[in-house]
Ligand binder design. Structure first.
Ligand code: NAD
Length: 506
């Protein structure tokens, strides 16, 4: 069956979702689809002065929104979740068109948005504080959580809408307003998401203007968000390079930073691993999303006793993965986001080869368009963990190395600057426990018999070292969007001082 052009499909979806035509027609930012490389829109960007004014308005919105009871704030997110459910196929398709994800992953991204909305609705009736034992008679000590201010959100192209929702759903039930600077590579999905949010807001009724604002522009607009004094929390998702620029600017003005940066994730396959299961998990984690997840598996340590049973099968299986238009049935590997990404992959492969790597795959696959970049997934057998292996190349490259003892494998596993996600394949209980213990993986995510990618929203998501240290999504990540207040109440007639300090006043 012939598929419509991405540009045609995008226009139909944008109109159906109610995105105003002038937002994506006649502007200066070219939106494109990596499926064919064709232009899908000319998106209107915001100029710096308007961006500053929009953040000021968002702050006004915060001043009103913080007074709305949290369960009522949750109702807005419940309605937004309903809009997402109704628009799931359209928005998922737009993710496919704009980020190049295969259909089930485009839909999965929207499902992730729905899941975090559900989580946030429940959370809106919780946001628990504690009562704490006090050392003073007739006193009570407690901790409560209050809204912060404006939450700024900067997002990357590869999760163009889910990452915003992870942040926004929590920030909004926590009583903040949100301002979003999406990737300049994925403006259409951002416009569509904002339109759905506005539908929910209209159904909700009384809502302060500017509660959720979209700022389309390049990194200069991102910098305005980073530097604006009313943005108390800034969540930035993207490369470590971006984090290095953003982190110090936030620190300079003591803003709270949630940094979700690059990963360079590894798995260890131990002698007792269930090899069929491990093989499937490795293929999805390394090659799914064309290797363009922050949690993509990029380094594989295989025990030498099973190396020959696993690695030839892995290389063979990679050759059978269907590459092509992500909208077509059966496709497992869609395009890279752009030519820069392709060039980065080829440069990494050349460097790996120079360092003694034996490459299987990695060549450009035919696409029918010079402006679309499809690649064969690459498996590179490396003699050791050289410099190129320690860097994140955002493409389907899996570096494979042998190991003979677990301690060495864990040491190598941790010997990279990044610390996002990790896994071990083993049926040996002790090995699994060691891997997730204090002396095991040093990442924010450590899995057993599951690949490093594909997290659920219930857990806190994020990683250490050059991954930035932020946590988003589930567990108690919501606390990052709130101000912790410690309160001591004296209901007695005396004024005892803490630590027995005396201050007699006549
Ligand atoms: P990128 O760093 O090029 O851009 C990310 C965003 O940051 C964009 O919106 C961009 O405009 C903005 N930006 C860049 N420099 C900025 C600056 N100085 N000030 C303010 N904003 C700035 O990343 P990308 O290519 O879109 O995405 C891929 C990267 O994102 C990979 O490194 C991947 O690992 C990472 N990522 C991390 C996570 C995570 O949760 N840890 C999730 C998704 C992607």
């Amino acid at each position: 069956m012939d598929l419509a052009t991405p540009a045609f499909e995008a226009a139909v979806i944008l109109r159906r979702l109610g995105v105003p035509e002038q937002a994506w027609n006649g502007g200066s930012l070219t939106a494109r689809s990596p499926i064919t490389g064709e232009t899908t829109g000319a998106v209107r960007t915001i100029d710096p002065a308007d961006a500053i004014a929009a953040i000021d308005t968002a702050h006004e919105a915060f001043l009103a929104w913080r007074k709305v009871p949290a369960p009522r704030r949750g109702e807005l997110i419940r309605l937004f979740g309903e809009e997402l459910r109704a628009a799931k196929s359209d928005l998922g398709r737009l993710v496919t068109i704009e980020a190049g994800k295969v259909v089930s992953e485009g839909l999965g991204e929207v499902q992730e948005m729905i899941d975090i909305c559900d989580f946030a609705v429940g959370l809106s009736r919780q946001l628990y504080g504690r009562t704490i034992a006090t050392e003073r008679t007739d006193h009570r000590m407690m901790e409560s959580w209050q809204p912060m201010s404006v939450t700024g959100i900067i997002s990357a192209f590869n999760f163009p809408v889910a990452v915003w929702t992870w942040n926004a759903a929590l920030a909004l039930v926590c009583g903040n307003s949100v301002v979003w600077k999406p990737s300049e590579k994925t403006p259409l999905t951002a416009l569509a998401t904002q339109a759905l949010f506005e539908r929910a807001a209209a159904r909700f009724g009384e809502i302060p203007a500017g509660l959720s604002t979209l700022l389309i522009g390049d990194k200069k607009i991102g910098e305005i968000l980073v530097d604006h004094p009313k943005v108390a929390v800034l969540s930035a998702t993207g490369s470590t390079r971006m984090g290095r620029e953003v982190g110090p600017r936030l620190a300079k003005r003591f803003a709270r930073a949630i940094l979700e940066l690059g990963g360079n994730n590894a798995a260890i396959v131990a002698p007792s691993a269930k090899l069929d299961l491990a093989l499937r998990a490795i293929l999805f984690a390394a090659m799914g999303t064309a290797g363009q997840r922050c949690t993509t598996l990029r380094r594989l340590f295989v025990h030498d006793s099973i190396y020959d049973a696993l690695v030839p099968r892995l290389k063979q299986a990679c050759k059978t993965l269907k590459i092509g238009d992500p909208r077509a049935a059966g496709t497992l590997i869609g395009p890279l986001i752009d030519g820069g990404s392709y060039a980065g992959m080829q440069a990494a492969l050349a460097e790996a080869e120079k360092a003694g790597g034996a490459i299987s795959g990695g060549k450009r696959a035919s696409a029918g368009s010079d402006d679309a970049f499809y690649v064969e997934p690459a498996v590179v057998e490396m003699p050791s963990q050289t410099d190129i292996v320690k860097r994140e190349t955002f493409a389907p490259i899996l570096y494979v190395m042998k190991y003979s003892d677990l301690d060495t494998a864990i040491r190598l596993h941790n010997d990279v600057p990044q610390g996002l996600s990790s896994s071990i394949f083993t049926t040996d209980l002790a090995e699994a426990e060691i891997f997730v213990s204090a002396v095991g993986s040093d990442c924010g995510i450590a899995n057993v018999n599951i690949g490093p990618s594909g997290a659920e929203i219930g857990g806190a998501f994020g990683g250490e070292k050059e991954t930035g240290g932020g946590r988003e999504s589930g567990s108690d990540s919501w606390k990052a969007y709130m101000r912790r207040v410690t309160t001591t109440v004296n209901y007695g007639n005396d004024l005892p001082l803490a630590q027995g300090v005396e201050f007699p006043v006549q």
